[in-house]
Design a binder for this molecule. Structure first.
Ligand SMILES: Nc1nc2c(c(=O)[nH]1)N[C@H]1C(S)=C(S)[C@@H](COP(=O)(O)O)O[C@H]1N2
Ligand SMILES: [Mo]
Length: 323
C-alpha cells in the first residue's frame, strides 16, 4: 500500500499532540510552549519512511460471525486511513509509524499469565484461538487527542481471555503489558518513557460485554501498526487504554499505574472514560475529528456506550472517572 499523505494538521493535534508535549517537558526539559517543535525532533527521525513505499506484511483473512449488538451509528472509516494513521510509541512519536512497525514479529506469539493466576506461564496465541469463536464488532474509537475512527474489529470478548488465566479470588485488576523489544522498537530508546507500555482495568470492566480482544480488523489479521497480533479494544474509554501487541496479563489486587499515568497523571488518569464535558487540561474534548472525512462531530459521554457501561461506575462517583 502506498504510504499515506497527511491531511491538514488541525487543532488540537497541531498544537498539542499530548504525548509529545509531555515528553518535551519531562524528558528534554523544555518549556511546554516550545514543546511541539522540540518534540518534533525525535519524531522526525522516523519521517524519511513516510515518503517511501511501505511494503506491508500480507494479512490472512479471518472467518467470523457478525455481532450487531453494538451499532456504531456512523460510517466505517476507510481501511487505508485506519491502518496508516496510528499511535504506537514503541515505533515512534509521529502518526507515521507504519514503516517502522513492519519490524514487529507477530508470529509466533504467546501471552503470559502472571500474578494472582491459577495458570501461571505462557499460552500460545494459536491455543487461545482454538478456545474462542471469532466475532466481528464495529466500534467507535476516540483518541484523547480528539480524533476518532469507526472500525470493524475481529476478535473475542476479553472475559474469555480472563477466564483462561483463572484469576484467583481477591483479584481486582487486570493489567496488560505489551511488547518491549529494543531491537525492533526504536521508541524504546526514548528512555524517559516508562516502558513497557502497560494498561489496566478493573475486573468488572474486564468482564463488561464491550471489552474486546482484537486479533483482526476489516476481515483480516491485525496490521502490525495497529497492534498485531492481539490488542485490547475498550470503546468507551480514550484510545490509549487499548493496549497493542499484548504479551502479558497480570491479575492483581493493587491498582496499576499505567504508561501514560506514570508519565503525566494529571492528564491521563487510570479511568480515562470519554466525556465531552471534561476537557483535557490543554484542550476541549467536546468534539472529535473523523479520520478520512476530517468532519468534526460531537463527542458523546462514554463515547456513546453509556447503556452498556455507565452502571459500572455508580459507586465510583468520587473517582476521577473521565480524564
Ligand atoms: N503498545 C501500545 N499500545 C497503544 C499505543 C501505544 O503507543 N503503544 N497507543 C494507544 C493510543 S494513544 C491509541 S489512540 C490507540 C491507537 O490505535 P490505532 O493506531 O490502531 O488507531 O492505540 C493505543 N495503544
Ligand atoms: Mo490515543
Amino acid at each position: 500500500m502506498l504510504f499515506h499523505r497527511r491531511r491538514g494538521w488541525e487543532i488540537p493535534e497541531r498544537l498539542a499532540t499530548p504525548e509529545s508535549v509531555v515528553v518535551s517537558r519531562r524528558g528534554l526539559g523544555i518549556a511546554a510552549g516550545a514543546g511541539l517543535l522540540a518534540a518534533a525532533g525525535p519524531a522526525r527521525a522516523q519521517w524519511p519512511f513516510s515518503a517511501a513505499k511501505v511494503v506491508e506484511a500480507p494479512r490472512a483473512p479471518l472467518v467470523s460471525t457478525k455481532n450487531e449488538k453494538f451499532t456504531p451509528g456512523r460510517a466505517l472509516t476507510d481501511e487505508a486511513e485506519a491502518t496508516s494513521y496510528n499511535n504506537f510509541y514503541e515505533f515512534g512519536m509521529s502518526k507515521s509509524v507504519i514503516a517502522a512497525a513492519q519490524a514487529l514479529k507477530p508470529d509466533p506469539w504467546s501471552v503470559e499469565f502472571a500474578g494472582m493466576t491459577g495458570k501461571p506461564g505462557k499460552i500460545g496465541l494459536e491455543d487461545i484461538l482454538k478456545r474462542v469463536s471469532l466475532e466481528e464488532r464495529v466500534y467507535r474509537h476516540r483518541c484523547v487527542e480528539a480524533w476518532a475512527m469507526t472500525v470493524p474489529w475481529v476478535g473475542f470478548p476479553l472475559s474469555e481471555l480472563v477466564k483462561m488465566g483463572e484469576p484467583k479470588a481477591g483479584t481486582k485488576y487486570v493489567v496488560f503489558t505489551t511488547l518491549a523489544d529494543d531491537k525492533t522498537m526504536p521508541g524504546l530508546h526514548q528512555s524517559f518513557y516508562p516502558w513497557p507500555y502497560t494498561e489496566g482495568v478493573t475486573m468488572a470492566e474486564a468482564g463488561n460485554d464491550l471489552s474486546f480482544i482484537a486479533v483482526g480488523m476489516y476481515g483480516k489479521t491485525l496490521p502490525k501498526q495497529n497492534g498485531a497480533p492481539m490488542r485490547l479494544v475498550l470503546p468507551w474509554k480514550y484510545g490509549f487504554k487499548s493496549a497493542k501487541s499484548i504479551v502479558k496479563v497480570t491479575f492483581t489486587d493493587k491498582r496499576p499505574v499505567s504508561f501514560w499515568e506514570a508519565l503525566q497523571d494529571s492528564e491521563y488518569g487510570f479511568w480515562a472514560n470519554v466525556n465531552p464535558e471534561v476537557p483535557h487540561p490543554r484542550w476541549s474534548q467536546a468534539r472529535e475529528r473523523l479520520l478520512g472525512s476530517d468532519e468534526m462531530v460531537k463527542t458523546q459521554i462514554w463515547n456513546g456506550y453509556g447503556e452498556f457501561v455507565a452502571a459500572m461506575y455508580d459507586d465510583l462517583k468520587k473517582e476521577r472517572l473521565f480524564a
